[in-house]
Design a protein around this ligand. Structure first.
Ligand SMILES: [Fe+2]
Length: 439
């Protein structure tokens, strides 16, 4: 029997945890890049078929850059209770929030490095990727935590949420810059949906209440969510402070895994951009990411486009439009501008990356070469913080035939390749990473 897509080619898991030192570099690494690039992704245990790309155990890959050299690479499974064999539910039948895969992203906040997955608690890891254990903000976090929290670049607050198939379906949380969870608030929604991401602006939270719903009948098939034509697609705007309710806007049915950014304008309107799937794109991609996906499927995440919504709380009106027709995923930006006006987005596009200039509408591409699959491009600003795109893009590029991987560093201004670091083993294409500068 042919292996499903998520166990094949550049998505196939690796069997070993390895360490490599003083890695070969082609080109020149910027000497200012002193820190660690960590990336998370699913990596089922050898011989295991989790039934969906999203449900393999989390594995972190790390590359240490210092003074123009690539000092080390290492990869480690996130040693969760689930990896140790714990069942997903406690004795009371409710989900065990520590028995999760922690496979989606990795952030540093409040001095802790956290591996994240949206259906459970974060797992804290060391700066050498050793697992310290599930982290619940000193007992204050009693829901799951999204893998897409948003750190406000001015206050340092971490805004996030937890969603659940069981009530409460959605809970908003805010942690201070030093990592104290100081606010948790239930948000009423129409039902249990898969809510992968959200957005913030300077003063608001933006919710994506979209028609991909929990379906108990699918529980044994990997990811128990499916498109539902009867669920109304809505985007909600909620003030961060105070107790004002969410203002909801009905939008054209679509699904969003990943937000680009959001901002508010002088008239109080909220402008949101994100990579949007229409019904057909979602259904096809979702099938390709699950057990039905064959290795012949072209690209499990490549059927969505950058899209923009303008929400006007005064008039109650919403307008939306595609910003481009390229098929993209994994949008990123200069995160010092989260929630603020920002001009550039970076996204994975086919065998390369695209840089969008939202002011001019232009798109510039980086081609990684035939048969190459770049992952999410993390933007690292230069220390003196010049222009918005003054910095570098870091991405792990993997060969689609499974022959190997490299960490590629691009100049974010023009997408020229500055350096490529050969990694000592293949890195399965995964989800999200972050640059953790030395502090
Ligand atoms: Fe994601």
């Amino acid at each position: 029997m042919t292996a499903p897509l998520y166990l094949s080619g550049h998505l196939a898991p690796v069997a070993e945890e390895v360490d490599g030192h003083d890695l070969p570099v082609t080109g020149a690494l910027p000497p200012e890049l002193n820190g660690r690039y960590f990336r998370n992704g699913p990596n089922p245990s050898p011989g295991q078929d989790p039934g969906h790309w999203f449900t393999g155990h989390g594995m972190l890959h790390g590359i240490r850059l210092h003074a123009g050299r690539a000092r080390w690479y290492r990869n480690r499974w996130v040693r969760t209770a689930a990896l140790a064999g714990a069942p997903g539910r406690g004795p009371d039948g409710r989900p065990d929030l520590s028995a999760v895969t922690a496979n989606t992203s990795v952030i540093r906040h409040g001095g802790r490095i956290l591996a994240l997955v949206e259906n459970g608690l974060p797992y804290e890891v060391s700066d050498e990727l050793d697992t310290r254990g599930a982290y619940d903000f000193d007992g204050r976090l009693t829901t799951a935590m999204t893998a897409h929290p948003k750190e406000d670049p001015v206050t340092g607050d971490l805004h996030f949420f937890g969603y659940s198939a069981l009530a409460p379906f959605l809970t908003y949380h805010r942690a201070t810059a030093n990592g104290a969870l100081v606010e948790s608030r239930e948000i009423p929604v129409g039902g249990p949906t898969m809510m992968h991401d959200f957005a913030i602006t300077e003063r608001h939270v933006v919710w994506l209440d979209l028609p991909v719903v929990f379906d108990r009948a699918l529980l044994r098939k990997g990811m128990p969510y499916r498109w539902d034509d009867t669920y109304r697609a809505r985007i909600g705007v909620m003030p961060q402070r105070g107790s004002a309710p969410v203002r909801w806007f009905e939008v054209d049915p679509g699904y969003v895994f990943h937000v680009g950014n959001a901002r508010e304008d002088a008239e109080g309107r909220i402008i949101l951009d994100a990579v949007r799937y229409n019904r057909e794109a979602f259904v096809n991609s979702w099938a390709a990411m699950g057990a039905a996906g064959s290795p012949r499927a072209q690209n499990a995440t490549g059927h969505a486009q950058l899209h923009q919504w303008t929400l006007d709380p005064r008039s109650g009106r919403v307008s939306e439009q595609p910003l481009d027709d390229r098929r993209v995923e994994f949008p990123t930006l200069n995160e010092t501008l989260v929630g603020r006006p920002s001009r550039y987005r970076y996204a994975v596009h086919g065998d390369g990356l695209v840089k969008y200039d939202l002011h001019s509408g232009a798109g510039r591409c980086y081609d990684a070469g035939p048969g190459q699959a770049p992952g999410e491009a993390v933007f690292v600003p230069t220390e003196d913080g010049g222009a918005e795109d003054d910095g570098w893009l870091l991405t792990i590029v993997s060969d689609r035939a499974g022959r190997g991987s490299a960490l590629v560093v691009l100049d974010a201004t023009d997408l020229t390749r500055m350096a490529s670091v050969d990694l000592p083993q293949r890195v399965p294409a995964g989800f999200h990473g972050n640059w953790l500068p030395d502090i």
